[in-house]
Design a protein around this ligand. Structure first.
Ligand code: PLP
Length: 283
């Protein structure tokens, strides 16, 4: 595979794309990212991702080097040039290239990189079988609301899950679930969807906001509060949301089956609803 990728204003073949060894993304993880899913060649929730990108940059005192309009043009061009039907566009902006120093450099140009990845999402094996998760301690830094590229602890969490033949890990802080390694976490009790409220302790998922809106319009009640692993184990259903997994059932937590151990009716409906509704505003 030799994709066409975007690097600082140019479209180049992936094996010709280059970034400096002095890039602060490489040296300090001084950068932010977004992942926008592509379904039927269209971008899902693009505006939400563009808005969160602007917020992440501003929280790190980085200038936004790109307008939403330009961003959309590049996303669309990458989808077209790579003939991407289903998958994602990954975007990363770092503070740029400067001699190594902890202090933020002045007058540097940010590095902007974007590439596509093919991924089966609409009818994925995980959506049919559901996910097995384990619980682990949340050992991340205290600004999880900023979508930075410093993802080592989530990678370690994913590996802890894989080591015990699970799919992912839910992180727990002060006895309550924060979120998954790369997704937001929910439980369902009757007609109520329970999920942790937005704060510095979780990433404000774009899929989360959209799903909450659609669930409310489908007469479900949203309760934004933390929950424990014990409460999750006895819930009717559990699920996660993220740009590429949409809403996907969680069927096992630390070896305890949720419901009958298969994706439940409500999660299945929420997933369909999310795909249906988000396609209406896809670009
Ligand atoms: N929480 C974390 C820690 C994430 O890394 C992600 C996505 O990467 C999410 C939640 C879900 O966010 P979104 O729905 O915007 O993909």
């Amino acid at each position: 595979m030799n994709r066409i990728v975007y690097v600082n204003g140019e479209y180049v073949l992936e094996d010709e794309a280059k970034i400096s060894i002095f890039d602060r993304g490489f040296l300090f993880a001084d950068g932010v990212y977004e992942v926008t899913s592509v379904l039927g060649r269209k971008l899902i929730d693009f505006q939400g991702h563009a808005k969160r990108l602007a917020r992440s940059l501003s929280e790190l005192q980085m200038k936004n080097p790109i307008s939403d309009k330009e961003l959309l043009t590049i996303h669309r061009a990458l989808v077209d040039r790579n003939d991407l039907v289903e998958g994602l566009v990954y975007l990363q902006i770092t503070r740029g290239e400067a001699d190594r120093d902890f202090a933020f450099p002045e007058n540097v140009s940010p590095t902007v990189v974007m590439f596509t990845q093919e991924k089966v999402m609409s009818d994925s094996p995980s959506s049919r079988a559901g996910l097995k998760v384990i619980s682990i301690e949340d050992q991340r830094w205290a600004r999880c609301d900023i979508k930075t590229v410093q993802l080592l602890y989530p990678c370690m969490g994913k590996m802890m899950a894989i080591a015990v033949k699970a799919d992912d890990a839910w992180m727990v802080k002060d006895g309550k679930v924060t979120e998954g390694t790369s997704n937001n976490a929910y439980i369902i009790k009757g007609n109520r969807i329970i999920t942790r409220q937005v704060s510095n302790e979780i990433l404000n998922g774009i899929t989360r906001s959209a799903l909450i809106k659609y669930a409310k319009s489908a007469e479900m009640i949203i309760e934004e509060r933390p929950f424990t692993i014990e409460e999750a184990k006895s819930a009717d259903e559990a699920f996660i949301t993220s740009a590429t997994l949409f809403a996907t059932a969680v069927v096992d937590i630390d070896g305890t089956k949720i419901g009958n151990g298969k994706p439940g009716q409500r999660v299945t409906r929420l997933r369909e609803l999310y795909i249906e509704e988000s396609m209406k505003t896809a670009l």
